[in-house]
Design a protein around this ligand. Structure first.
Ligand code: UD1
Length: 417
């Protein structure tokens, strides 16, 4: 099995171009099931989760043509409504085919995604909301059997909790439902805005009423379109943190700094010098890193997907800091590995206290989930000596060409057997 070998300590310098957003591409790919016209997508990242979603769509009967830069999806053939466990188990976003299948075909059998390392991650909010659109469902042996014999019918739905996936599933499903749907307490992550832009271009009738409330009027005609997916803000945040950590000097290109202003403000408060330009960010890491307390929360709050990475940076701060993880109950899997590298982090419920002034020591490490994996790379970059990171398949789920990008800015990193 492949491993990553990292030699520290690095001082990153140069420029990094941000890839397309994984978390925007996944719901957009699922939403192509609404249409039987040709849809061309550009800027999809080359990562494992996207491959898995493409395999899932192909298993349903989508014709997908992948050339270097453009992916063309055509759902004009017979589409199956069965999403199998072996495809949904590795990637929770597989549940996003449920909404479009129900909207288009009135029935679906989709495997439950199950738990994962960062928490139980149920889909009850998706299912309860879909039932308000007229869907009847049963859960039998790990599968959701759902149908809407009279088709989906618009309704007013107030999500009991902000959920990215449930908001996406419901927006997509409502596009073909009869009449008007109003969704309240929606997640408003930039990826959701990108999904909505995609759906509007496709011919769906959607408008935001207030910050977290959206109105969707069902349509019955969709157009052939081309769509360019937004850049990955989590990837951008990860490289910004890498620069702050290594006293580096990076130009991050291809991302609008406005969508990561919370992250940029936190890094500035910690001492990094940041200049925002139209589609790029310049960052100069500081020798002195100031401590700060961070709480993860739904957008526009600090993203849970950057919690592990910022924790590594906090280990280098001048004083103790705290992180409160408000989204996933068990997202501290990286802590044990970071402590093995010399960090002094203790966990109490959803709160981590992080001692500052840590000198990381290189070690052999085990990646446990996608963002935990990248936090280990960051800590390895900040250590003196050779670290080995095992189980990097987690990393390949979400970071395009990470070794290549880091190597280009001076990191000593390579994949070994
Ligand atoms: C998405 C992102 C993930 C990110 C997360 C939070 C994708 C593919 N994944 O995941 O990278 O970390 O948003 O920003 O975009 N919940 C329930 N019942 C439900 C649904 C969710 O209790 O039916 C809970 C979850 O367990 C979690 C919280 O709600 O505690 C938020 O989860 P959600 O926003 O739905 O995350 P995902 O869409 O799975």
């Amino acid at each position: 099995m492949k491993k990553l070998e990292v030699f520290g300590a690095a001082k990153l310098k140069g420029q990094i171009r941000i890839s397309g957003s994984k978390n925007a591409s996944l719901p957009i790919l699922a939403a192509t099931l609404l249409s039987n016209k040709k849809i061309s997508l550009t800027n999809l990242p080359k990562v494992k989760d996207i491959e898995t979603m493409i395999t899932l769509l192909k298993s349903l009967g989508s014709s997908i043509d992948e050339n270097k830069k453009i992916l063309t999806v055509n759902n004009n053939k017979q589409i199956k409504t069965f999403a199998a466990y072996n495809l949904v188990k590795t990637m929770r976003a597989g549940i996003l085919v449920l909404g479009p299948l129900l909207a288009k075909f009135g029935k679906a059998k989709v495997s439950l995604p199950g738990g994962c390392a960062i928490g139980t991650r149920p889909v009850d909010i998706h299912l309860q909301a879909l039932s308000k659109l007229g869907v009847k469902y049963k859960i039998i042996q790990g599968y959701v059997y759902a149908d809407a014999p009279k088709g989906l019918v618009g309704a007013s739905i107030n999500f009991p909790k902000i959920s990215v996936g449930a908001t996406e599933n419901l927006i997509i499903a409502s596009c073909l439902a009869k009449g008007k749907t109003i969704l309240s307490n929606c997640a408003i992550e930039p990826e959701i805005k990108d999904l909505v832009n995609f759906l509007i271009k496709l011919g769906c009738d959607i408008k935001w009423l207030t910050k977290r409330r959206i109105e969707i009027n069902g349509v019955n005609y969709l157009s052939e379109i081309k769509y360019h997916v937004m850049p990955d803000r989590i990837e951008a945040g990860t490289y910004l943190i890498a620069a702050a950590l290594t006293e580096g000097n990076l130009k991050i290109i291809g991302i609008d700094p406005k969508i990561i202003s919370t992250e940029i403000n936190i890094l500035k408060k910690m001492g990094a010098k940041i200049v925002k330009k139209k589609n790029e960010i310049l960052i100069q890491g500081s020798k002195k890193i100031k401590s700060i307390n961070v709480k993860t929360s739904p957008y526009p709050g600090f993203p849970t997907d950057l919690q592990a990475q910022i924790m590594v940076l906090l280990c280098k701060a001048n004083k103790k800091s705290y992180i409160r993880e408000e989204i996933f109950e068990n997202r501290f899997m990286h802590v044990a590995e970071l402590n093995r590298m010399g960090a002094k982090i203790s966990i109490n419920g959803n709160k981590a206290s992080i001692n500052g002034n840590i000198k990381f020591e290189a070690a052999e490490l085990m990646a446990t989930d996608l963002r935990a994996s990248v936090s280990l790379i960051l800590a390895a970059l900040a250590s003196n000596g050779r670290s080995i990171i095992n189980r990097i398949y987690h990393l390949d789920r979400g970071y395009e060409n990470i070794e290549k990008k880091l190597k280009k800015v001076g990191a000593k990193i390579r994949r070994v057997n």
